[in-house]
Design a protein around this ligand. Structure first.
Ligand code: PRP
Length: 181
């Protein structure tokens, strides 16, 4: 990692992943995916909203003919039963599906998504995530491509939000403890 720097926002404590760090991860994971899926019918699925930014970057490092699709589910934190808010547009039967996430936390979101997608007869389903906050894991989910395991801190930026804000930061930053209560 190329070091921390601070920004002038009272909620942000420090930068955890710089733009350069993220670019390196995208390049390295993209190269691995290119090798692993050569000759296969690949569809990248981003989970909205957070997974959108990582998908946009990593897909440009995959030198294969592929398609993109998007899915959204209601948040596990809402207290209501989880449901699909936006489904895929395309049929994934017989395709190799790679779900692209910004963060795996409890794993409950992916556990649900993987069971839904697996039921649609894809050739394979795998997971690619930028960040893995393994300390909070509840459901064990297989992660094929992992950018970085992070400590149990609240992070924003590069798709990750705090009350809807900060998703457009080009880096990942740690939020101050006081802000999270
Ligand atoms: C975040 C993140 C993952 C999910 C991971 O999404 O993008 O999808 O939480 O958490 P889990 O492993 O505990 O299930 P969020 O629900 O905040 O929605 P968002 O993508 O719209 O920000």
């Amino acid at each position: 990692m190329s070091g921390y720097y601070t920004i002038h926002d009272p909620h942000i404590e420090r930068v955890l992943l710089t733009e350069e760090d993220i670019a390196e991860i995208c390049s390295s994971i993209g190269a691995r995916i290119t090798e692993d899926y050569r000759g296969k019918d690949l569809v990248l699925v981003a989970l909205l909203r957070g997974g959108l930014v990582f998908l946009a970057d990593v897909c440009r490092h995959i030198e294969l003919d592929l398609t993109l699709d998007f899915m959204a589910i209601s948040s596990y934190g809402s207290g209501e039963a989880v449901r699909i808010v936006k489904d895929l547009d395309d049929d994934i039967r017989g395709k190799h599906v790679l779900v692209v996430e910004d963060l795996v936390d409890t794993g409950l979101t992916l556990h649900y998504i993987l069971s839904v997608l697996s039921g649609r007869s894809p050739a394979s389903v795998a997971v690619c995530t930028l960040l893995d906050r393994r300390a909070r894991r509840i459901a064990d989910v297989p992660i094929a491509y992992r950018g970085l395991e992070i400590p149990d801190v609240f992070v924003v930026g590069y798709g990750l939000d705090l009350g809807g804000r900060y998703r457009n930061l080009p880096y990942v930053a740690v939020v101050r403890d006081e802000v999270m209560g």
